[in-house]
Ligand binder design. Structure first.
Ligand code: PGA
Length: 232
């Protein structure tokens, strides 16, 4: 892995393959030359259509079984065979909207590693946990499921900061990233409303090894600026 990590999580966007191809091409051009490990996580269906110079592809989720009667699921080997080298597991939208448990997330990470994929393992507390001062405890519990491997990167994504425009403060990030590093010794990305306007400040926080970017990754020029902040 070269330098820090700049990861684009497109979530369930954009709405058509034509738009996905156009967006990816713009991103490819704009990110060229940035000395970072650049990752794109598009929806599953766009993976086989994309082949990008200097940007590695990943999937936003994966199932933990290798094959069989699991309607709607996608296996690690299927992802590999269409060009993915990374997967995200445990994103808060999957934990909280779909109902995935820590145990499920752990199984997904292990299956992905077994297939030779790299993993971004997401953790993060909800607002009531932060307000009650339980954030470290909650994240510590989530971390106890993380397989410690050189092929795993943790993403700290406080749930209250995702898609809200309200990023965690540098102090909050510094505390949590140091805590995560002390527990598992892995690289740690920050995610949650990373934008052009806060990228420089957040990139300067100790122990920030990169960003996992949602909304702003759909705006290639802004995404480039975020990458520049990380590369400084
Ligand atoms: P956001 O999403 O940048 O839109 O807040 C981050 C994420 O969910 O990975």
């Amino acid at each position: 892995m070269e330098g820090r990590i700049l990861a684009a999580n497109w979530k369930m966007n954009p709405p058509t393959k034509e738009e996905a191809l156009k967006l990816a091409a713009e991103m490819e051009g704009l990110l060229e030359g940035l000395p970072l490990t650049k990752l794109l996580f598009p929806p599953f269906v766009y993976l086989p259509l994309l082949k990008l110079r200097g940007i590695e592809l990943g999937a936003q989720d994966v199932f933990y079984e290798e094959k069989g009667a699991f309607t709607g699921e996608v296996s690690p080997l299927m992802l590999k065979s269409v060009g993915a080298t990374w997967v995200i597991v445990g994103h808060s939208e999957r934990r909280n909207v779909i109902g995935e448990t820590d145990e499920i997330v752990r199984r997904k990470a292990e299956a992905a590693l077994k297939a030779g994929l790299r993993v971004i393992y997401c953790v993060g507390e909800k607002l009531p946990d932060r307000e009650a001062g339980r954030h470290l405890q909650v994240v510590e519990e989530q971390l106890s499921y993380v397989p410690v491997s050189e092929n795993v990167v943790v993403a700290y994504e406080p749930v209250w900061a995702i898609g809200t425009g309200r990023n965690a403060t540098p102090e909050q990030i510094e505390e949590m990233h140091a805590f995560i590093k002390a527990k598992v010794g892995l690289k740690v990305l920050y995610g949650g409303s990373v934008k052009e306007r806060n990228a420089r400040e957040l990139a300067a926080v100790p122990n920030v090894d990169g960003f996992l970017v949602g909304g702003a990754s759909l705006r290639p020029r802004e995404f480039r600026k975020i990458g520049e902040a990380l590369a400084e």
